[in-house]
Design a protein around this ligand. Structure first.
Ligand code: 4NP
Length: 154
């Protein structure tokens, strides 16, 4: 089972989701059975570590994102991953447009599927400290529901 999170730059929201899901899977004893990764629709930050504000906010809550490096989404990812989760509607539109007709991956909006109140994880890039906190709050809560679903699918 392989899960891919996608945002715009792959330096704020999707690396956070990757780190949070990986830790929650470890805590649930499922780490060996599910692979987690992230990508961006844009290529500006390819090869870079997550944003320093993202890393700092995550580290305070016990998530280490320092080994992650940004990559851009590619058509081959639709064959490699089972579940591709977009952070906002713009990311989802981009993914739908490039999705190969034969793709095996299921594609969905992360919060539409795992949060009862919101559809999108707001882009924090031009925001303040509290915006990064809010991103982490939303992602932690949605990942808890995702882990329950993944456990049921194994
Ligand atoms: P992300 O945030 O999509 O959550 O990684 C952004 C990162 C970089 C940019 C925009 C959003 N940017 O314009 O460079």
């Amino acid at each position: 089972m392989r899960v891919l999170f996608v945002c715009l730059g792959n330096i704020c929201r999707s690396p956070t989701a990757e780190g949070v899901l990986r830790k929650q899977l470890q805590d649930a004893g499922l780490a060996g059975q599910i692979e987690v990764a992230s990508a961006g629709t844009g290529d500006w930050h390819v090869g870079k570590q997550p944003d320093v504000r993202t890393c700092r906010t995550a580290r305070i809550r016990g998530y280490d994102l320092s080994q992650q490096r940004a990559q851009q989404i590619k058509a081959v990812h639709f064959a490699e991953y089972d579940l591709i989760l977009a952070m906002d509607k713009s990311n989802l539109g981009h993914l739908q447009a490039m999705r190969p007709a034969t793709a095996k991956a299921e594609l969905d909006l992360f919060l539409r599927r795992y949060d009862s109140a919101l559809d999108e994880v707001p882009d924090p890039y031009y925001g303040a400290e509290e915006d990064f906190e809010q991103v982490l709050d939303l992602i932690e809560s949605a990942c808890r529901r995702l882990v329950i679903e993944l456990r049921g699918r194994l």
